[in-house]
Design a protein around this ligand. Structure first.
Ligand code: ZN
Length: 136
């Protein structure tokens, strides 16, 4: 398994439009995509900085993962995502090394990426996502 770079940083926000305005008008980035990921119960907005994306996440359901996260911890960094070249093999490899997985097999995330989450209990409290771009 080889991680190539930080693919994105996921940030939980209560109000996506307000957060987009801040990133655009104050930080001077450009939002290039807004996408709803239904099975994650989130609406996402993407910004590019270098080769890393910022993924803003607004909950569409208080019972969804981001709704619960904000309820417990407030807004803030939700997860860090690394790019990996072969997710299908990386997940079992990590499990063999004793890492607790949230996803044992890849599933579809935003932007058509294949994704898998590692449990924060195994990663020093940081919810960690691995992403593979199937077009690469
Ligand atoms: Zn993510």
């Amino acid at each position: 398994m080889k991680l190539s770079h930080i693919e994105h940083i996921g940030i939980a926000v209560s109000n996506l439009d307000e957060a987009i305005s801040f990133y655009e008008e104050v930080l001077g980035m450009k939002c290039y995509a807004v996408e709803e990921v239904k099975d994650q119960k989130v609406k996402t907005a993407f910004f590019m900085v270098g080769q890393t994306k910022i993924e803003l996440l607004e909950s569409t359901d208080p019972e969804g993962p981001i709704g619960k996260f904000i309820d417990k911890k407030g807004q803030g960094i939700h997860h860090i995502a690394f790019a990996v070249d072969n997710l299908k093999d990386a997940l079992p490899e990590l499990e063999e090394k004793g890492v607790r997985l949230i996803d044992r097999t890849p599933r579809k995330g935003a932007e058509g990426l294949n994704i898998g989450f590692l449990h924060p209990k195994s990663t020093f409290g940081v919810l960690t996502e691995l992403c593979e771009d199937p077009k690469k």
